[in-house]
Design a protein around this ligand. Structure first.
Ligand code: ADP
Ligand code: MG
Length: 253
């Protein structure tokens, strides 16, 4: 039996007069544990804002997000990751002057203490087990040959993979990925697809925002379509492809 890992209920986010997520009624959807969800919709539909609300980067105007039975309104945003939620950003965030390995080590724990010891180079001697874990995460995303590289020398695709590795070291149950193929060389998209499929196979729940529908529809088992902050449709990739509402509003343009 699979149960709901994530429940989004009547969620709304307003920026001044702009109803970015949820319109008047609020956005509601749920995600079963172990599923692979694609979140799609035109630019400005509210996809990234939805991720920001789920991950506690933004506070909702109304509604709630429940993760594994816990209402996130009662959880400090800095503690949401320790409940098993990882996310990447549409614009990758990394410490550009640090090495690939150090970036993953910073991701291991979010406290300032850890950042300080990475910057001071204290990890090498004190945390061999953590370094092994970081290297394993980098191997998972195909960056095993780039461990000592300075992040500013990575390609766009490698930077996206580094972001995933920074999340994996915390062993998230659910991963939210915002446009993972953006800026990724098309020749590497097959590799990325395999990495995401493998993460899903090992039981992780994924929600992926993606403009590349061919890529997403081939790997996701559920698609949620947003339009102007509201739920336009949801269903299997096959149902979505043939939903007249979706075809008219989104796939047709
Ligand atoms: P998507 O990721 O689907 O392209 P976003 O969630 O980024 O869409 O944006 C949804 C709407 O909210 C857009 O109209 C965007 O301009 C607006 N928006 C997003 N973030 C902010 C913000 N911090 N302040 C004001 N408006 C915002
Ligand atoms: Mg976005």
């Amino acid at each position: 039996m699979s149960s709901d890992l994530l429940v989004v209920e009547n969620l709304r986010k307003q920026f001044g007069g702009l109803k970015a997520v949820g319109g008047d009624d609020g956005l509601s959807f749920s995600v079963k544990e172990g599923s692979f969800v694609g979140l799609i919709g035109p630019n400005g539909a509210g996809k990234s804002t939805t991720f920001n609300l789920i991950s506690g980067v933004l506070e909702p105007t109304a509604g709630r997000v429940v993760l594994a039975g816990t209402d996130l309104a009662n959880v400090r945003s800095s503690d949401i990751a320790s409940l098993g939620l990882g996310r990447t950003f549409q614009t990758p965030r990394a410490f550009m002057s640090l090495s690939v390995l150090d970036n993953v080590l910073v991701g291991a724990k979010s406290s300032g203490e850890n950042l300080r010891s990475v910057l001071l180079g204290g990890w090498r001697s004190s945390e061999p087990a953590l370094i092994e874990k970081a290297k394993a995460a980098l191997t998972r995303v195909g960056l095993e040959d780039r461990v000592t590289e300075t992040v500013s020398n990575l390609s766009g695709g490698e930077l996206r993979m580094l972001e995933v590795a920074r999340q994996l070291i915390r062993d998230p149950k659910i991963l939210l990925l915002d446009e993972p193929t953006a800026g990724v060389d098309p020749s590497l998209q097959g590799k990325l697809s395999k990495i995401l499929t493998d993460l899903h196979k090992e039981g992780r729940t994924l929600i992926v925002v993606e403009h590349n529908l061919h890529f997403l529809f081939s790997i996701a088992d559920q698609i949620i379509v947003l339009q102007q902050g509201e739920l336009l449709s949801s269903g299997t990739p096959q149902e979505i492809k043939t939903d007249p509402k979706v075809v008219a509003a989104y796939l047709g343009d």
